[in-house]
Design a protein around this ligand. Structure first.
Ligand code: ISL
Ligand code: CA
Length: 564
C-alpha cells in the first residue's frame, strides 16, 4: 500500500445529477433545482459524498446547457441563484458536497462576450474567441466538429471564421488570451463564494490548441475536432487554473476534468500529484462515443471483462501512487451500462449489481450517474422523433447525406445515443414515473412500471439497497479506498469473461469476482477454496461460491478472506 494523503474526494462517492431529468417541481416537464431539493433524503440515504450537477446556468440550451450565456446565473428554467444556495446549504447540512460543471472550453454564441467579439475586429472581446480569415473563400481547415459539419463558421461582420469544436452555437474560447483565463478563474471564485466545493470541468483537455492545425487539410483522411484536444499548453493552463483556485478556495476544492482521448500513459502530467494540476480526470478510455465507431470496433468490445482487465492494469501500472483514479460506467454522454455491456432483460438486476461491485470496490473514486442505483436501462427508440439530443440529430442528417438508409441509421443510434441515459428518473409507477405532472421533455422509459425508486427503497434485495450497502462499506473501511488492487489474469479461455480483482491492506484481503457474461463460467482458479466469508452477492440465495460448480450468469460475489 502506498502512502496516500487522505482527502474527502478519494474516500467519497460522487453522484452525477442531470438536473433536466432528475425531478420536476413545477410541472413544466423539465427537472429543476427545487426538484432536487425535494429529493434530498433520497440522495442522502444513498450515502453519496458529493453531487455534481450538469450545467444549470443561463443558456439557450442548444446542447442542454453546455452552451453557457451567463456563467454567474441560473437559467430560469432551473430556478434561481437563491434556490441554488438553498440546495447547497441543505446538502452541506447532510454532509454532502456540491460540485458544478465548468464549461470552460466554449461559451454560448449568446454570451455577451461573443456578441461583442463577433461585432468587430477592434472590439476588446474579439480575442476572447478563435478567429481565422479562411483560405480563398473556404474554411481554414477540414476538421469536422464533434457534432458533424465543419468546425469553422463564417462571421460576416468581421469577415472571418470562428472555431467551434462542438455546435456553431458553442464558439471556442481562446485560452491563449490571459484575459480569458482570468475570466474563468473569476467564475470559479464566484461560485466558491456561493458555497460550491469543486467543479467537473467540461472537455478540460480542449482548452489549449495547436494553432498549426488551424490550416490543415487532408484529401484522404477525415480530420476531426478531436485533433485539437491535448494542445501544447494544456498542462500549463490547467496548473494555472487549479493552483490559483486552490490558493483561493483551499486544498479540499475538487477539480475533476473530463478528458476524452486521455490514456493511462498520457494522464500523469494532468493529474500527477507532483504536477499540481487537476485532482482527478475521467477519460473515455473505457467507454467511448460509439457513434463515431465502426460496427467491428463495437463488436470487439463485447467482452467487457477483458476490456476492464486492460483498463485497470494499464491505469494502475502507470499511475498507482502517483495520481488518483476514477471509476465510472455511466454519465449523460453514454448509453446505460446494463444495456451496453451488461444484460437488460433476464439478468438486469445481476448485471447492474455486478457493475456496481466493480465501480464501488475498485481502486479510485467512483462516479455514479442518476438511475444507475436503480439499474435503469437504455430506451427502446423506434423512430427518429424519439431523439432530442443534437448529437443524434446531427448524426442522422450526416448519415442520410452519405446515403445510409433510415433503418440502418436507427440501428446505430438506438443503442448508442446519449438520450439513452437522459430519460427522466424513474421515481414510482405513477404517470411519467412520478418525474413530472406535465409532459416530460424526453419520454420516460416504458419500463418504469417495474423499475422505479419507490419499490426499490422498500426492498432489501434491490439494486438501490445493494448500492447503499456497498457505499456504506466503502465509506467505513478506508482500506477499501487505500488498499492495493491486484487484477487477476484468466488461466484459461473460459475464464475470459470473469473479472477477478482483490484489494489488500493490513486489515485483510477482499476479492471481487464477477462473471460478466450471460452464460455459466467456471469458478476461477485464483479463488481460495476455504477461509472466505461472503460480504455480498448479487444472487439472493448467497450460495457460497465454493459450494457451487460454476458461476451463474452475471454472478458477482464479494468476499473477505478470513484466514490464510
Ligand atoms: O459524447 C461523448 C462521448 O459519448 C463525447 O465525445 C463528448 O462529446 C465529449 O466528451 C465532450 O462532452 C462534454 O462536452 C460537450 C457536451 O455535449 C457533453 O454533454 C459534455 O459532457 C460539449 O460541451
Ligand atoms: Ca420544472
Amino acid at each position: 500500500m502506498t502512502h496516500e494523503k487522505r482527502t474527502w474526494w478519494k474516500e467519497g462517492i460522487l453522484y452525477q445529477i442531470y438536473p433536466r431529468s432528475f425531478f420536476d417541481s413545477n410541472g413544466d416537464g423539465i427537472g429543476d433545482i427545487p426538484g432536487i431539493c425535494e429529493k434530498l433524503d433520497y440522495i442522502a440515504d444513498l450515502g453519496v459524498s458529493a453531487v455534481w450537477l450538469s450545467p444549470i446556468y443561463t443558456s439557450p440550451q442548444y446542447d442542454n446547457g453546455y452552451d453557457v450565456a451567463d456563467y454567474r446565473n441560473i437559467d430560469p428554467m432551473y430556478g434561481t441563484l437563491e434556490e441554488w444556495q438553498i440546495l447547497a446549504s441543505e446538502l452541506h447540512s447532510r454532509g454532502i458536497h456540491i460540485l458544478g460543471d465548468l464549461v470552460a472550453n466554449h461559451s454560448s454564441h449568446q454570451h455577451p462576450w461573443f456578441h461583442q467579439a463577433s461585432s468587430s475586429i477592434d472590439n476588446k472581446y474579439h480575442d476572447y474567441y478563435i478567429w481565422h480569415p479562411g483560405e480563398q473563400g473556404r474554411s481554414p481547415s477540414d476538421h469536422i466538429g464533434f457534432f458533424q459539419g465543419n468546425a469553422w463558421e463564417w462571421n460576416e461582420a468581421t469577415r472571418e471564421y470562428y472555431l467551434h469544436m462542438f455546435l456553431k452555437e458553442q464558439p471556442d474560447l481562446n485560452w491563449d488570451n490571459p484575459a480569458v483565463r482570468k475570466e474563468m478563474l473569476d467564475v470559479v471564485k464566484f461560485w466558491k463564494d456561493c458555497g460550491i466545493d469543486g467543479f467537473r470541468i467540461d472537455v478540460a483537455n480542449a482548452i489549449s490548441k495547436d494553432t498549426s492545425l488551424f490550416s490543415k487539410r487532408s484529401k484522404t483522411d477525415t480530420l476531426s475536432a478531436f485533433d485539437f484536444l491535448n494542445g501544447p499548453r494544456l498542462q500549463e493552463y490547467l496548473q494555472e487554473l487549479c493552483q490559483k483556485t486552490r490558493a483561493y478556495a483551499g486544498d479540499d476544492f475538487l477539480m475533476l476534468g473530463e478528458c476524452p482521448e486521455q490514456y493511462a500513459h498520457t494522464a500523469l502530467p494532468l493529474i500527477g500529484y507532483e504536477n499540481d494540476a487537476l485532482n482527478l480526470l475521467y477519460s473515455f478510455d473505457l467507454t467511448k462515443n460509439d457513434l463515431m465507431k465502426s460496427q467491428e470496433a463495437r463488436d470487439r468490445e463485447k467482452n467487457i471483462a477483458t476490456k476492464l482487465r486492460k483498463y485497470f492494469t494499464s491505469w494502475l501500472s502507470e499511475l498507482y501512487g502517483k495520481a488518483w483514479l476514477t471509476n465510472y460506467f455511466n454519465n449523460h454522454d453514454l448509453p446505460r451500462v446494463v444495456s451496453k455491456f451488461g444484460n437488460d432483460t433476464e439478468y438486469r438486476e445481476q448485471a447492474a449489481k455486478a457493475f456496481l461491485s466493480i465501480s464501488l470496490f475498485a481502486h479510485g473514486t467512483p462516479i455514479l450517474f442518476q438511475g444507475e442505483e436503480l439499474g435503469m436501462t437504455n430506451y427502446p427508440f423506434t423512430s427518429f422523433d424519439d431523439f432530442k439530443d443534437v448529437d443524434a440529430l446531427h448524426f442522422i442528417e450526416a448519415q442520410r447525406a452519405k446515403g445510409l438508409k433510415d433503418d440502418e441509421i436507427l440501428e446505430i443510434i438506438r443503442p448508442n445515443s446519449r438520450d439513452n441515459s437522459r430519460t427522466p428518473m424513474q421515481w414510482d409507477n405513477s404517470p411519467h414515473a412520478g418525474f413530472t405532472t406535465g409532459t416530460p421533455w424526453l419520454s420516460v422509459n416504458p419500463n418504469f412500471k417495474t423499475i422505479h425508486a419507490s419499490a426499490q427503497r422498500k426492498d432489501p434485495q434491490s439494486i438501490y439497497a445493494y448500492t447503499q450497502k456497498l457505499i456504506t462499506y466503502r465509506k467505513t473501511n478506508p482500506s477499501m479506498v487505500y488498499g492495493d488492487m491486484n487484477i487477476h489474469q484468466p488461466h484459461s479461455s473460459d475464464e475470459q469473461s470473469i473479472l477477478v480483482f482483490s484489494r489488500s491492506s493490513e486489515q485483510g484481503k477482499i476479492f471481487v469476482c464477477s462473471n460478466l457474461s450471460s452464460h455459466y463460467a467456471p469458478i476461477p482458479r485464483d479463488i481460495p477454496s476455504t477461509g472466505m466469508k461472503i460480504l455480498c452477492s448479487n444472487y439472493i440465495d448467497e450460495q457460497t461460491i465454493t459450494s457451487q460448480k460454476e458461476l451463474r450468469p452475471w454472478e458477482s460475489t464479494i468476499f473477505i478472506e478470513t484466514s490464510r
